[in-house]
Design a protein. Sequence first.
Length: 380
Amino acid sequence: MSEHTTEPTTVQLDGITKEYASLRAVEDVDFDVTPGEFLVIVGPSGCGKSTTLRMIAGLETVTDGELFFDDERVTDLGASERNVAMVFQNYALYPHMSARRNITFGMSEFDDEEIADRVENAAEILDITDLLDRKPKELSGGERQRVALGRAICRDPDVFLMDEPLSNLDAKLRVQMRGELARLHDELGTTTIYVTHDQTEAMTLGDRVAVLDDGQLQQVDPPQQLYDFPQNRFVAEFIGDPAMNMLSVNITDQTAEHDGFSIPLPEYDGFEGSALLGLRPEDIKYVRESEPDNEAFKATVTVTEPLGDTVLFYCQTPDGTEFKVQSEPRLGVESGDEITLSYDPDRLHVFDPDSGEAVYHSAETAGATRAEQQAQTGDD
Ligand code: ADP
């Protein structure tokens, strides 16, 4: 594939809003996509992902706000006036045309030689050279999606826009195509905006991930940052599987109290009183009797869910609060057992129970505190 002919494009969303009658599907969304970036928009069904993408594509009018590609204001330009290529979930292939014709259809602005070159290049990248004369019904789902990608690549667009392009594929093929999309993006370096409801897809593909809920942007950050430092309860519970536990606690004196445990919050300087303590299932650990642990507390297992490489314990504190623990397998733990657990003190999160805003991540302070202590005692 020939390199993209111009420098990768910046896409800027400046207070983008979309209203359908009385419904505000997208509300005052601001973010920039940097040149050559792979940005994923993720959120639950109906949160406004597709509407946002369609506004960027020019397929949907913008009610309020401005859109820029580099320095050019494109807010009012039609889809054909923006050099974007879109890939959809349902492939959108013409059934009576060959793969080759599907790829080249509508490329009348190029001469035949140029088109042939571009198809050849795209087919090579996508490994579909041998399939170009087949009709869509003679192709598997994965092959059809490759043809749809071929159509997008051939246009050498400024921006790729992808709307759930893998969700019609079975789980195994989805993982394979995910890898191929990442490779393709590395190869082409084209600015890409990708919509999905699947947080694993978002985390694995995105240079950065924009989380939307109810038409509103919650956070835009690299995947690890979203996982480690979620700005609010929605992001904390949406990113990560199984979801982060949210335990009602009472905070006094830099300590989160709950019936059954008391957890110190080093350097906490947020509000006192009732709060939500966020603790990921993978940050809670089963403690063997032979390995006593300072941070330990007890809980009763109500259900065990073996996943092969891990086991999920559904647990209850003495006051009946439920939470999940992701543990190593083969510990012989059964439902009804009372077990001892500990937690990673560097992975505690506190949220305001009313606004949902994050007020504390122990990783921001606890790790540093520990390093200082170790330096003082000469311990490493
Ligand atoms: P997502 O892609 O996150 O699933 P959408 O962007 O498709 O969500 O939709 C966001 C909201 O806007 C939903 O409540 C949906 O019902 C509504 N919506 C989408 N398209 C239209 C339309 N053409 N007319 C009216 N409401 C719409």
